[in-house]
Ligand binder design. Structure first.
Ligand code: PEP
Ligand code: MN
Length: 365
């Protein structure tokens, strides 16, 4: 389905996005009190933020946590808009939330990561949005499933939402990493390949889980051509009722934003272009060599597969595989390649060998 024909680029959304600079949405994880909302919003406005965010209903992992202030927070949102002139945005997770949000004339809504995973919830929200002209962002689902993310966007495009965008907030993982939600940048990059130029924001707060990482994640997003950032900011993060570790106060946000580099998409410099083009030709050559080597390696794995079949040997020889993996990780490190990358590449290569050997086992000997 070509849902994109009708989708507007972010500068045509009429939400205060300036040409050639990223859209920055900022505000607390949760609305907590009128004073917290107003003081945060005023400080954010002072540093040039035009769009305010705050969660009214909070999807919390465990029960008995602060689950959001509820509809009263929408009145505070309205006060923020009146007193600062900022646009206001919040998350909705069901049609009851949508009804409330439309009643209060909220400017921008987003669908949270847990809701994007649920096609029933998405379809109900989409049906209720039929004929409504409101900007909607869809966060990636918590699990790394590109189709689910695209599916949620398609449901909204189908009912006529034209100001439609995506927010990358990272993916849950059982693995412990430095991130709260691992970015897996290849997934939003693939989203943009599939849905050409869909407006894309990064949420460095939920990716990072801690404020110290926000700048580096934001910089990476801008370097990957994102259209903007949505960052959690609280007037006093130490007393925040949710996501305290990842919120920054408006002053620190100002420093982060000032330090971010806005790099060029393109530079009109013949000499540089020609150097780049030479280097890229060399990269292409190595990619071809990598493919040739992979082909040879797979052919050998097939030979081994035939021997295993003839002698009724199991496919997985655990000790052999463990020793390959630890050797390549060690040698990769000496070459300056991270353990995570080597491990991913070699696990994928090993899986391909297993797949081929499984096929061979099925053949008659
Ligand atoms: C949020 O933005 O506060 C939030 C709950 O995010 P996510 O849906 O990405 O977890
Ligand atoms: Mn949050």
């Amino acid at each position: 389905m070509d849902i994109l024909k009708e989708i507007l680029s972010l500068s045509d959304w009429n939400i205060g996005k300036k040409e050639n600079s990223p859209l920055i949405i900022a505000g607390p994880c949760s609305a907590e009190s009128e004073i917290q909302m107003l003081t945060t919003a005023k400080s954010l406005k002072d540093i040039g933020i035009e769009v305010f965010r705050a969660g009214i209903w909070k999807p919390r992992t465990r029960p008995n946590c602060f689950e959001g202030i509820g509809s009263v927070g929408l009145k505070w949102m309205d006060t923020v808009r009146q007193e600062t002139g900022m646009r206001i945005s919040t998350e909705i997770a069901n049609t009851k939330h949508l009804e409330q949000v439309l009643k209060h004339d909220i400017d921008i809504i987003w669908i949270g990561a847990r809701t994007t995973t649920n096609p029933f919830a998405m379809q109900e929200i989409a049906d209720a949005l039929k004929g409504v002209d409101i900007p909607v962002f869809v966060k990636n689902p918590v699990n790394p499933d590109l189709e689910l993310w695209i599916g949620a966007l398609e449901r909204l495009a189908q009912v006529g939402i034209k100001r439609l965008g995506a927010i990358h907030r990272g993916f849950s993982s059982y693995e412990q990493t430095k991130y709260r939600n691992i970015p897996q940048w290849q997934i939003p990059i693939s989203l943009r390949e599939r849905l050409k130029n869909i407006p894309l924001l990064c949420d460095p707060s939920h990716i990072s889980g801690k404020r110290e990482l926000i700048k580096e994640v934001s910089q990476e997003a801008l370097d990957l051509n994102y259209d903007g950032l949505i960052i959690e900011s609280h007037i006093d993060p130490s007393v925040a009722l949710s996501d305290a570790r990842q919120q920054v106060n408006p002053k620190d946000l100002e420093i982060i934003l000032k330090e971010l580099k806005m790099r060029n998409k393109d530079v009109n410099n013949q000499e540089m272009q020609s150097i780049l083009s030479d280097l890229r030709t060399r990269i292409d050559k190595y990619d071809n060599q990598l493919l040739d080597i992979l082909e040879e390696r797979i052919n050998i794995a097939c030979e081994i597969g035939k021997i295993k079949r003839e002698h009724d040997l199991k496919i997985l020889q655990q000790d052999r595989w463990s020793s390959i993996l630890s050797r390549v990780i060690r040698e990769g490190k000496d070459k300056g390649i991270s353990e995570a990358t080597i491990s991913k590449i070699f696990k994928a290569i090993h899986q391909e060998s297993i797949n081929k050997q499984v096929e061979i086992m099925k053949e008659e000997g």
